[in-house]
Design a protein around this ligand. Structure first.
Ligand code: C2E
Ligand code: MG
Ligand code: MG
Length: 767
């Protein structure tokens, strides 16, 4: 309830009853006067009416202030009442003196009537008038009693005494009544004050925004502290002003329509996420309700608006959604959002709508950048990649980061299949251009796998799997391009998965075998060493190392397999003729093993083999990846005395830079050049060039895959120092080697005792 409303209603009720009683008194008195004398009713009527008017005016003034009468008003009322009393008394005494019997009767009635009137008036707010009436009645009754006791007999005594008694009791009642009423008023005022303070403290301290608008005029009546804080509108400025004075026309119209709805329905009207612009230009989001409050006459009086500032909540919710759906580094959609977009595109395509394509993208050489230049540069690179990818797509497509250096694009509404291939070409070309970061140009590249919806999958999951397969094929057959999914890839994938399982089982069951292929020194005509080659047979089928080694690398089994063959090879070599070397192939992946050097030392020590009888064959891949760290490892191995050969030279980059970077003991010319010698002059030139260059660098040269005497003669004449190939021997089991050694004039040594003896021990002591 509004301030002092209770007090105001109480006073209004009292005024109403006062009016009713005054009217009743007037009626009674006028009736009595009519009976007594013709002239006095006019005077009575006039004075009663005038007192009613004065009373009403003062009563209303009192109501307006919602308080008791002021001292000025009391004086005014008192003067008015005394004047009326004086007139009454004068008229009555006049009648007493000159009216004869009738006049005295009238005077007596007049005195009694005054007392009755006083009693009536006492119950209303006109106390002073009542008191004056009592005095007036008593005087009138006293005069005749003093003047003519004999004339009236007992009536002459009883009436004045009764009048005096009534006067006294009225006086007492008045004093008591006034004191009680004053107490009531003070209590009511205190309660109203307390109530007002309580209400305003609630209004002030609720954290929610609260405002009151006049339902009729649409102007603000008040706003609370929270409203002031949230909207930036000053409370002093708000009263009497409208929404339009503070908000944009649209926001004001929306607020006004909420008011109108609340007024029309009489029900609270809720609103969600209403945006307002505050006085300082900030945008806040509010949620709340408008409620209409009716007045006493049940007509809409106020609209109260209560609202909660949900800006921070909404921002937090948006942030949660962002985190859940976007990658925090690149701000691209993440896997979750990507999935939902892919599902949507797939559903459209599957339902016969526009076809879509899924492009699965993997960055080439990103890992090397991350490893060599650090994660900070890696992150910057990913952000730059994201920007380039965004620039390659249309607004309706989605590019997402799936994790690491893996990205995907959902391309919707394809017109023809080549749309996806065009996009893939664009992506590959954009990724192929150098990235300029931290003052250096970084070259990476990308491989892309494409699958079409609905053609390449029955579900979105299958589509993803097939795009991934196409990507895998792309990476296998040379990076920096794209591949479209083909059904046979599925078969290959399945076969590969089976091979993975077979490999794990073979390793667990120790089913790997090792064979040795002799290498012949063309000058001495003796076996200089043997290359250890791994063999695996699955269900009776021989699986080529070229097939299973890459899989072993991928599934992380290469280190264990590599260690196994290293130990076996060293142990066998210890039984071979003195000075005969064993060559062991090393995968680039093995160089990531921080224990590699320790493993080599341990294998040599256990076999009792001198380090210079072990030759590790690496390919260019080892120098390509993580160059610095791998070079350090290679130098460390060389320091230990281990020989290092560069295998399959001529098939990769064949960068001469590698030969400058590291002092290889041997270069192995790939068998593809040797097999071509009789047909290709280029191959002849290449073999000659490699052999010549190796000689000038003080390195040995091994021609691989020599199968014929002719090839032997040729490579020998070009300067190759060693040959390896079926002409000398097929890779053979360890127990077949003595015969091969014997054929070339070598003898097998006695098997040494295991674990650390002979030259290996010496070497270990120094290493
Ligand atoms: P590689 O190191 O170049 O091995 C030589 C390959 O040439 C062997 O194939 C060998 O059997 C084959 N070869 C030798 N002489 C001739 C010949 O006169 N004519 C023909 N056509 N081929 C000949 P293989 O054993 O199938 O090995 C293939 C590749 O697998 C190896 O090439 C090597 O890179 C890798 N590999 C084999 N064993 C291992 C291993 O234990 N560890 C690692 N990391 N890789 C291995
Ligand atoms: Mg090799
Ligand atoms: Mg080779």
């Amino acid at each position: 309830m509004r301030d002092g409303e209770a007090l105001r209603l109480a006073l209004a009720a009292r005024l109403e009853s006062a009016r009713a009683r005054a009217a009743a008194a007037a009626f009674l008195l006028v009736g009595a006067e009519f009976v007594s004398v013709g002239v006095t009713p006019v005077v009575w009527f006039g004075t009663v009416l005038a007192s009613f008017v004065v009373d009403r005016q003062i009563g209303q003034a009192c109501l307006r202030r919602r308080d008791t009468l002021s001292s000025g008003e009391v004086t005014l009322l008192g003067l008015w009442v005394l004047t009326c009393s004086a007139v009454y008394s004068a008229i009555t005494l006049y009648f007493w003196r000159y009216g004869g019997e009738f006049g005295r009767s009238f005077a007596l009635i007049q005195g009694c009537a005054s007392l009755v009137q006083a009693a009536i008036q006492l119950r209303s707010i006109r106390r002073l008038m009542a008191l004056s009436m009592v005095g007036h009645g008593w005087i009138i009754l006293l005069i005749p009693s003093a003047a003519g006791l004999a004339q009236f007999g007992p009536t002459g005594i009883i009436l004045p005494l009764a009048g005096f008694g009534v006067f006294l009791s009225l006086l007492l009642q008045l004093v008591r009544h006034s004191a009680a009423e004053q107490d009531d008023l003070i209590r009511a005022k205190r309660e109203a004050d307390l109530e007002r303070a309580f209400t305003s403290s609630i209004i002030e301290n609720i954290p929610n925004l609260l405002f009151v608008v006049n339902a009729r005029t649409g102007t603000f009546e008040l706003i609370n502290k929270a409203a002031e804080r949230i909207t930036g509108i000053r409370r002093d400025d708000v009263v009497g002003r409208t929404y339009e004075d503070f908000y944009t026309p649209e926001a004001a119209a929306r607020l006004r329509s909420l008011d109108a709805e609340a007024v029309a329905s009489g029900q609270p009207v809720t609103f969600e996420d209403e945006t307002i612009v505050t006085a300082d230009g900030a945008t806040r989001t509010l949620r709340g309700r408008h409620v209409c409050v009716a007045g006493e006459d049940a007509t809409p009086r106020y609209v109260i608006g209560v609202a909660e500032d949900v800006t921070d909540v909404r921002e937090a919710e948006a942030q949660v959604v962002r985190l859940a759906h976007y990658d925090s580094l690149t701000e691209l959609p993440n896997r979750v959002l990507f999935r939902s977009r892919l599902n949507a595109a797939f559903d459209v395509a599957a339902a016969g709508g526009e076809p879509a394509a899924l492009l699965w993208i993997d960055l080439d050489h990103f890992k090397e950048v991350n490893d060599t230049l650090g994660h900070l540069v890696g992150d910057q690179l990913l952000m730059e990649v994201a920007e380039r990818l965004k620039s390659a797509i249309r607004a309706q497509d989605t590019v997402a980061r799936l994790g690491g250096d893996e990205f995907a694009i959902v391309q919707t509404a394809l017109v023809c299949k080549s749309d996806a291939e065009d996009l893939a070409t664009r992506v590959v070309s954009l990724m192929g251009q150098p990235f300029h970061l931290s003052g250096r140009a970084i070259s990476i590249g990308a491989s892309v796998g494409i699958a079409y919806a609905p053609h390449d999958g029955l579900t979105a999951d299958e589509l993803m799997m097939h795009a991934d397969m196409a990507l895998y094929r792309c990476k296998q057959t040379g990076r920096g391009g794209y591949r479209v999914f083909e059904r046979e890839m599925n078969e290959r994938r399945r076969a590969r998965r089976t091979l993975e399982q077979d490999l794990r089982r073979a390793f667990a069951e120790d089913s790997f075998a090792i064979v040795f292929q002799p290498q012949l020194n063309v000058r001495s005509g003796r076996i200089s060493g043997c290359e250890a080659l791994m063999r695996l047979s699955i269900n009776g089928r021989a699986v080529s190392p070229a097939e299973f080694i890459p899989v072993a690398e991928e599934i992380g089994l290469i280190n264990q397999i590599g260690e196994w063959i290293l130990r076996q090879a060293c142990a066998e070599a210890a039984t071979w003729p003195a000075g005969t070397k064993v060559a062991v192939n090393m995968s680039p992946a093995q160089f990531k093993d921080p224990n590699l050097i320790r493993t080599v030392i341990s294998a040599l020590a256990h076999a009792g083999l001198s380090p210079d009888r072990l030759e590790l064959e690496i390919t260019e891949g080892t120098l390509l990846q993580n160059n610095e760290a791998n070079l350090t490892t290679l130098f460390r191995l060389r320091e230990l005395g281990v020989q290092v050969a560069l295998d399959d030279f001529g098939t990769g980059f064949s960068s001469l830079n590698y030969l400058r970077q590291f002092p290889f003991t041997k270069i192995k010319i790939d068998k593809s050049f040797v097999s071509d010698l009789s047909m290709s002059l280029e191959s002849v030139s290449i073999v000659k060039a490699i052999a010549g260059m190796a000689a000038s660098l003080g390195m040995q040269t091994t021609a691989e895959g020599v199968e014929t005497e002719r090839q032997l003669e040729m490579v020998k004449s070009y300067g190759c120092t060693e040959i390896q190939g079926f002409l000398i021997s097929q890779p053979c089991a360890a127990d077949e080697l003595p015969a091969v050694f014997a054929r070339f004039g070598g003898e097998m040594a006695a098997r040494p005792s295991p674990a650390g003896s002979g030259d290996a021990e010496l070497w270990l002591a120094t290493g």
